[in-house]
Design a protein around this ligand. Structure first.
Ligand code: UD1
Ligand code: MG
Length: 452
């Protein structure tokens, strides 16, 4: 049986280069805090425990770690000191301890698994994920001799020869749980930054005749996030992964680079998505749905066979049932569209329930807000709402009712009724020409007046 894994997530750094009141690890990627990506990646390893290391007073970061335990590193004295802060929470754990950084959300669980199995196979006291860096200057260098990782030298402490090494430390480290306390205890801060380097655990393990190994991975996975520019680079990389996963799962994207997804977007198969579509958090799309170009959908469920867009905005709390059609320049907010219901052009439907097979004409507005409160419009099945109607909520329209075009509906319409809520048309035969003559004369007089 494999021994249980513990994971330590270091997130006590200051993150000053983000220039933000929001802690760095809470900045979102694909609409999910960076830290939650890291946690999702390590959760795939089914660890026995996860311990977060946070800075004093970082309540929001602690909350983002929940339900996992957190410990406070009193002062940011380096990654070795941060790992040491977690030792109390690791008591009794004898399996491997994986240390990852909270600001490196692109590391895949596949790479973490590779490191863990290599460490188990080689019986290594310490293992790290390394990569060949295009520019190694910001990273610790992995000094490997005859297949054994001998030490890690931080850039600022490296000599001329060590600086030429381009095999770098990703920051992901796996330590033997029976040895971790002893190794961390040996770390000193005699270095250029006067910090306790976790990376010194490698040389300490070797000095005690334990094995240490480096497992190579892809540089793109190990990009840490220190600035908003790096955040944008990571966003792009994550979007690529999410798109690829969606397409793999049976979603057609006409121009994938322009489709923006959230980490929690859920797709069934045989969905077609046009160009320039954004999925905010909390979206679920059933099979056979077509989403045409330029839609923005957030917090909504779209049922099987529905057609949405182009240019539709669907806001949180909305539900579009099977085979419904939502067309261009239609906005839904907390609105339920029944099965086969249609709102094909230019409408605002806020806080509304629209029954099955009902048709909402162009220019319809569910008037949900009176300046103080929000109210619901309830439309039963098979209702026809004529174009350019305002439905002043709270209001109910009964089954099979018709509302004439241009109506302002302020009273409930019972089942099967025909409602007019507009002024009656007045037509006067032959009166167009005299009116025009009068208006022409008035305009000419005004012009003469100006010349004087
Ligand atoms: C670290 C590694 C370096 C590696 C690089 C990869 C060390 C000594 N160096 O350097 O070999 O190439 O990452 O990006 O480990 N943290 C704390 N408490 C602290 C200090 C840091 O929790 O006192 C956390 C930070 O929040 C961050 C992580 O540890 O998540 C890494 O810290 P950082 O200062 O970025 O380390 P680097 O200097 O980049
Ligand atoms: Mg760093």
């Amino acid at each position: 049986m494999k021994s249980p894994i513990a994971v330590v997530v270091l997130a006590a750094g200051a993150g000053t280069r983000m220039k933000s009141a929001l802690p760095k690890v809470l900045h979102p990627l694909a609409n999910r805090p960076m830290l939650r990506h890291v946690l999702a990646n390590v959760m795939a390893l089914k660890p026995a425990r996860i311990v977060g290391v946070v800075a004093p007073g970082a309540r929001d970061v602690m909350a983002a770690f929940a339900p996992h335990a957190t410990v406070v590193q009193k002062k940011p004295l380096g990654t070795g000191d941060a790992a040491k802060a977690a030792l109390g929470a690791l008591r009794g754990h004898t399996g491997p301890v994986l240390v990852v950084f909270g600001d490196a959300p692109l590391v895949t669980s596949a790479s973490l698994k590779r490191l863990l199995s290599a460490c188990a196979k080689e019986r290594a006291a310490v293992g790290v994920l390394g990569f060949v860096a295009g520019d190694p200057s910001p990273y610790g260098r992995l000094i490997v001799q005859r297949g054994m990782l001998e030490k890690i030298v931080e850039s600022k402490d490296a000599d001329e020869i060590e600086r030429t090494v381009d095999f770098c430390n990703s920051g992901v480290m796996c330590l033997d749980g029976r040895l971790i306390a002893g190794l961390l205890a040996g770390i000193k801060n005699k270095n250029a930054k006067r910090e306790f380097y976790l990376t010194d655990a490698v040389a300490l393990a070797r000095a005690a005749s334990h094995k240490a190994i480096a497992v190579e991975g892809e540089e793109a996975e190990f990009q840490g996030i220190n600035s908003r520019a790096e955040l944008a680079v990571a966003e792009r990389a994550l979007q690529q992964r999410l798109r690829a996963a969606a397409m793999m799962g049976g979603v057609t994207m006409i121009d994938p680079d322009t489709v923006w997804l959230s980490a929690d977007t859920k797709f069934a198969n045989d969905i077609v998505i046009g160009p320039n579509v954004r999925f905010g958090p909390g979206v679920e799309i059933a099979a056979d749905v077509e989403i045409k170009a330029f839609c923005d959908i957030e917090g909504a469920r779209i049922g099987r066979g529905a057609i949405v867009g182009p240019f539709t905005r669907i806001r949180p709390g909305s539900e579009v049932a099977e085979d419904a059609h939502i067309g261009n320049f239609v906005e839904l907010k907390a609105t339920r569209m029944g099965r086969g219901a249609k709102a094909n052009h230019l409408a605002y439907l806020g806080d509304a329930d629209i029954g099955a097979a009902s048709n909402i004409g162009a220019g319809t507005i569910a008037v949900n807000y009176d300046g103080f409160g929000k109210w619901r419009t309830v439309i039963a099945d098979d209702v026809f709402i004529g174009s350019n109607s305002s439905l002043v909520a709270p209001v109910r329209i009964g089954k099979g009712a018709n509302v004439s075009a241009g109506s302002v509906v302020t009273e409930d319409v019972p089942e099967g009724a025909l409602a007019f809520g507009r002024a009656r048309q007045v037509t006067k035969e032959g009166r167009a020409a005299p009116l025009r003559a009068k208006l022409k004369a008035r305009a000419a007089a005004a012009k003469r007046g100006k010349k004087k």
